[in-house]
Design a protein around this ligand. Structure first.
Ligand SMILES: [Zn+2]
Length: 284
C-alpha cells in the first residue's frame, strides 16, 4: 500500500453539451440521489477550455454577487476536503501546477484515469497531465463502456474523469445506427464537424429558408432522452462503486437549440451556452 494514499474515490462525470434545462426536463431519479440539482454556469463555452478549468479543480460557478473572485475560489477549493475526505486541502495545495490530477496522484497517492468521448480531448492534448491512464473511447457516445472499465482498489483511492458524449450532438444513444441520426435539411453543414467539435455558430437565414424549429425541438428532445438514458447508466455506476466514493455530475457547457438564431456551442455568446447542471455527493 502506498503510505500517502488516502481519501475518497472521486468520480467527475461531465455530460458534454448538456444544458441545465435538458437535465431537469429528463427528471433523473438516480442522479438526484447524490443531492440537489443546481443550476450553475460554465467558465467556458466549449469543450477544451471548459475541461481544462474543471481539471484545475474549479467546478462550474454559482454566479455569486458581492464577492471577489479570489474569495470565491478559496471557498470553492475548501470543498475538496469534503469531496476527498481529507482536512488539509486549500487553494495553495495546488500551487504551482494548478492541476488536480497531478496533485491527487503525486500528493495524495491516487490512481488517476480519464476516459473521454470527444476527440478534442484526446490523449495527445496538454490536458493529459498527471494521469495514469487517459483514453479516447472508441465510440463517442457510450458511457456504459466506460463504467465497464472502472476498477477500484481498497488500498489506493481512484480519481476518474468521464467525458460523456451521449448528450453531445447528434444526441445519439449507443445502440442507434448512424442512419437514425437526425439530419436537418439546409443546415446540416453546420453540424458536420463533430470530430473537430466545431458545431456552434449562428445559422444563416436565407430567403425562403428558415430555421426549422420543429427539427431543433426534436434535437432538444433527443438531448433530454439522452439524459434519461444516462440516468440508468449512472445507476449502474452507483451499484459498482465502493462506499467511500464521491461523485460529481455536471456539464462542460450548454447548447443552443435555435434561441436567438444560434445552434450548438463554441463561438456563441448566449446565456444558454453557459447554463449547466451540477449535482454531487456520496451515496452512503
Ligand atoms: Zn463539450
Amino acid at each position: 500500500m502506498n503510505a500517502r494514499a488516502r481519501g475518497n474515490n472521486f468520480i467527475l462525470v461531465v455530460f458534454d453539451s448538456c444544458r441545465y434545462d435538458s437535465f431537469v426536463a429528463a427528471r433523473p431519479r438516480a442522479m438526484r440521489k447524490l443531492g440537489r440539482v443546481e443550476r450553475r454556469w460554465s467558465y467556458a463555452s466549449w469543450t477544451s477550455p471548459s475541461h481544462y478549468n474543471l481539471l484545475i479543480g474549479l467546478m462550474p460557478h454559482t454566479n455569486p454577487k458581492h464577492v471577489f473572485a479570489s474569495e470565491y475560489y478559496k471557498r470553492e477549493f475548501v470543498k475538496y476536503n469534503q469531496r476527498l475526505d481529507i482536512d488539509t486541502f486549500e487553494f495553495k495545495s495546488l500551487v504551482p501546477q494548478l492541476y488536480l490530477p497531478a496533485f491527487l496522484r503525486h500528493h495524495l497517492g491516487y490512481r488517476t484515469h480519464a476516459m473521454v468521448s470527444l476527440p478534442a480531448l484526446n490523449p495527445q492534448t496538454v490536458l493529459n497531465h498527471g494521469f495514469d491512464t487517459f483514453e479516447l473511447m472508441p465510440q463517442h457516445n457510450d458511457m456504459r463502456a466506460m463504467v465497464a472499465k472502472m476498477t477500484f482498489s481498497p488500498d489506493q483511492p481512484s480519481f476518474y474523469v468521464l467525458n460523456v458524449g451521449e448528450t453531445h450532438y447528434p444526441y445519439a444513444l449507443p445502440h442507434e445506427s448512424r442512419e437514425e441520426w437526425p439530419r436537418i435539411s439546409g443546415v446540416h453543414g453546420v453540424f458536420k464537424h463533430l470530430d473537430e467539435e466545431i458545431v456552434g455558430g449562428r445559422l444563416v437565414r436565407r430567403k425562403r429558408q428558415f430555421f426549422d424549429h420543429t427539427k431543433l425541438e426534436e434535437l432538444r428532445q433527443r438531448q433530454i432522452a439522452a439524459v434519461r438514458h444516462l440516468d440508468r447508466v449512472v445507476e449502474e455506476l452507483f451499484d459498482l462503486v465502493p462506499p467511500n466514493t464521491w461523485i460529481t455530475i455536471t456539464a462542460d457547457h450548454g447548447e443552443l437549440f435555435g434561441e436567438d438564431g444560434f445552434f450548438g456551442h463554441g463561438p456563441v455568446q448566449h446565456e444558454k451556452v453557459y447554463e449547466v447542471p451540477f449535482v454531487e455527493g456520496k451515496l452512503r
